[in-house]
Design a binder for this molecule. Structure first.
Ligand SMILES: NC(=O)c1ccc[n+]([C@@H]2O[C@H](COP(=O)([O-])OP(=O)(O)OC[C@H]3O[C@@H](n4cnc5c(N)ncnc54)[C@H](O)[C@@H]3O)[C@@H](O)[C@H]2O)c1
Ligand SMILES: [Zn+2]
Length: 331
């Protein structure tokens, strides 16, 4: 987290001739935060907010979130609540943050009860992704975010999914085609957010894969056993299963998605998560904490086919239980 402060008019004196004038400028101060999902909690927020107050941040200053989705969500939320809202800027450095978390204005932190349960809508003044991700830890800075990229193809653009099938492996290797994937993902997200900023309807589609994914993240203690984007990839593959018998999926869709994730070596099934997981009842209990619960009913984003996602609350508990039990039994 950094803060960019507009320097008030500074008096300057020429050391040679003594001429006086005034100059306006800006300066930045920074506060590194520990890496990892655990930083995105009450303690991390306390630390960020108190540091920003120590810096005497004013409303016209800018909080800069330089990092992945953890830093973007945390710094954005700190900016949202500081002095009832100061401006902030996103400089996303991971693929996930570039295609998803830095766009759209959702900010927040996790609590012991679940992910992103405390937060605010706070749009960044601007968002400027770094040109390429680090070559260090490709899994965390690049591969995991691929789950969110695939999500955009699945939820609304079959042609983009087909493009990913052809070009996906090159993206992980830092190929320039990655720019197209980031641009198309951001276009899709920005279009949906512009039509429904506060998620009263269409924006819910962006949660494709997340109800399952968040439950798996909670089950693994938000540890590096499962990164957010990996949970989303597994969740997307599960969301293609025929949960509603009234709308059977075309045979090819689910297989294509699983084959694509497998071909690129991405996690796609709960069995790909190392270590123990709760049983189907345990995962259902974790899902009940989801933000999308209304009147005690879960909202699901499912897909009729690649590129055709829809929102439904009409998923029988028995079908859900059977789906989870089957997915977990494969272990
Ligand atoms: N606000 C939203 O709309 C939204 C959407 C999707 C995900 N998210 C959130 O985003 C978070 C996940 O984001 P993430 O996948 O970017 O994880 P992350 O922020 O934890 O970053 C992954 C790892 O990469 C490291 N890293 C980041 N940039 C680096 C660089 N340039 N060089 C070397 N290392 C670097 C980080 O220190 C961290 O260890 C989750 O908390 C998720 O809930 C939010
Ligand atoms: Zn996500």
């Amino acid at each position: 987290v950094a803060v960019l402060t507009e320097e008030r008019w500074q008096p300057c004196i020429c050391p040679r001739c003594g001429t006086r004038w005034r100059r306006k400028g800006s300066r930045a101060r920074r506060s590194p935060l520990p890496p990892g999902e655990a930083t995105k909690g009450w303690a991390g927020l306390d630390r960020a907010v108190e540091w920003l107050l120590d810096q005497r941040v004013e409303r016209r200053d800018l909080v800069v979130a330089l990092g992945g989705g953890v830093i973007g969500d945390l710094a954005g939320f700190a900016a949202a609540i500081l002095r009832r809202g100061v401006g902030f800027v996103q400089i996303p450095t991971t693929l996930l943050a570039q295609v998803d978390s830095a766009v759209g204005g959702k900010t927040g932190i996790n609590t012991a009860h679940g992910k992103n349960l405390i937060g605010a809508f706070h749009q960044p003044a601007w968002c400027s992704p770094t040109r390429r991700c680090s070559t260090r830890c490709r899994r965390a800075t690049c591969c995991a975010g691929y789950g969110e990229v695939v999500k955009y193809g699945l939820l609304g653009d079959a042609a983009f999914f087909a493009w990913l099938e052809a070009n996906g492996p090159a993206l992980a290797a830092g190929d320039p085609r990655r720019g197209h994937a980031v641009r198309r993902s951001c276009e899709m997200k920005a279009g949906i957010v512009a039509r429904d900023e506060t998620e009263t309807g269409e924006r819910a589609l962006l949660n494709l894969g997340h109800t399952f994914g968040h439950a798996l993240e909670a089950a693994t203690g938000y540890s590096d056993r499962l990164l957010h984007g990996e949970g989303v990839a597994i969740g997307c593959a599960l969301a293609l299963r025929p949960l509603r018998p009234a709308r059977p999926l075309p045979a090819g869709g689910a297989g294509r998605v699983r084959a694509h994730l497998a071909a690129d070596g991405h996690a796609r099934r709960p069995v790909d998560i190392p270590g123990d997981l709760p049983d189907a009842d345990g995962l259902l209990a974790l899902m009940a904490q989801d933000k999308k619960v209304q009147d005690g009913m879960l909202t699901f984003i499912l897909t009729r086919d690649i590129g055709e996602a829809f929102v439904t609350r009409d998923v029988p508990a028995s079908a859900l239980h059977a789906l989870l039990a089957e997915a977990l039994a494969a272990r």
